[in-house]
Design a protein around this ligand. Sequence first.
Ligand code: SF4
Ligand code: SF4
Length: 84
Amino acid sequence: MATAQKKKKFRGVVIVAPERCKGCAICVEFCPTGAITMSDKFNSKGYHYPEFTYPDKCTGCGLCGMYCPDFAVYGFREKIAEGE
Ligand code: SF4
Ligand code: SF4
């Protein structure tokens, strides 16, 4: 008998403000799922900043935003609309 896959009701979303970032990579270090990685690109101050590389891995736990000393990243949970 085939088992029905449980449909996700929420997805994790991450917003990055590259210009606020100082490139410390704390957010990447503390993300429990590896959903964000440091970009190869630089902001105007010359710092690498995080990118939301693997959205499917993100649980929306918000740890990245809690640890960022510069309010440059924010993770949260978003409800998935019916039929999406
Ligand atoms: S919200 Fe949580 S899982 Fe998603 S990128 Fe931030 S720390 Fe990682
Ligand atoms: S913790 Fe904040 S300042 Fe440090 S790399 Fe991540 S977004 Fe940038």
